[in-house]
Design a protein around this ligand. Structure first.
Ligand code: CO8
Length: 258
């Protein structure tokens, strides 16, 4: 498996793990982290042996934001031209479902990275927020858009305009986090969720993730049309034949991911 400068990568069964590893900077997301995460995620995405990816950090920080020290001296033009953002839309577009396992700080770009994933599991120590306003800037990796869609305009606006951090319980209540677990159980629980997902039919997972993405991005009628077509397309997969036969025969399905 490829070695990376800023992340640790491993595969367990059909689950690919990406652990952000910049302990001295609370996992701040510099350009190298972005390209490392993208490269690892795209390698897992190209591997039929992987059905789910988990992105996690350390106990203290999932990621405390984009790297302020890397950005501090840049001009607006340099921020745009330097490709500080280019990897993130590609990461958000991987076909494979991604679980974010968040312990400690998920701030600014860290919260935005979690929101690029499909499921956010939080340790009871997790803290989420978009504190960019305190630095004289604003969210730049999707926060002003994805947080609004995730938790609604008014709650998102309050968090983004004040920079207030919320704990895991408030994040769960707001709908940002699907579940809160004790910190020492976070990775095991993320592993269980990812294994469950990875055991399903790969074509069905890809189609489902594409339809979920459409729900965030398209008007309802267009999303429903898209759903109808990808749903129908799954009837040409071996896994649909197997899944429905297994139901009729009252046994577990044996998916071949085709
Ligand atoms: N960038 C760079 N270094 C950081 C960051 C960061 N975001 N966060 C923490 N660090 C570093 C600290 O500078 C410190 O390093 P050193 O020991 O060399 O001084 C080390 O990590 C430990 O941090 P602290 O000593 O500050 O730890 P505390 O426990 O006292 O505080 C906090 C923890 C509250 C998380 C605090 O570190 C903090 O407020 N961090 C910044 C949080 C923040 O503002 N995040 C938003 C950043 S801006 C952003 O994310 C924009 C996203 C869009 C950009 C898209 C293009 C790239």
């Amino acid at each position: 498996m490829t070695e990376y400068e800023t992340i640790l990568v491993r595969q367990e069964g059909r689950v690919g793990w990406i652990t952000i590893n910049r302990p001295d900077a609370l996992n701040a997301l510099n350009t190298q982290v972005m390209w490392d995460i993208l490269s690892a995620a795209e390698a897992f995405d190209a591997d039929e042996g992987v059905g789910c990816i988990v992105v996690t950090g350390s106990e203290r920080a999932f990621a405390a934001g984009a790297d302020i020290k890397e950005m501090e001296a840049k001009s607006g033009l340099e921020m745009l031209m330097g490709d500080h953002f280019g990897g993130w839309p590609r990461f958000a577009a991987v076909r494979t479902p991604v679980v974010a396992a968040v312990s400690g700080y998920a701030l600014g770009g860290g919260c935005e990275l979690a929101m690029m994933c499909d499921i956010i599991l939080a340790a009871d120590t997790a803290k989420f927020g978009q504190p960019e306003i305190n630095l004289g800037v604003m969210p730049g990796m999707g926060g002003s858009q994805r947080l609004v869609r995730a938790i609604g305009y008014y709650k998102a606006a309050e968090l983004i305009l004040t920079g207030r951090l919320i704990d895991a319980t408030e994040a769960e209540r707001a709908g940002l986090v699907s579940r809160v677990v004790p910190a020492d159980e976070l990775l095991a629980e993320a592993g269980r969720v990812a294994e469950t997902i990875a055991s399903k039919s790969l074509p069905a997972l890809y189609a489902t993730k594409a339809a979920l993405d459409a729900a965030m991005e398209t008007p309802l009628a267009e999303g429903l049309r898209f759903e109808r077509h990808v749903f129908a397309a799954l009837f040409d997969t071996a896994d649909q034949t197997e899944g429905m036969a297994a139901f009729r025969e009252k046994r577990e399905p044996r998916f071949e991911h085709r």
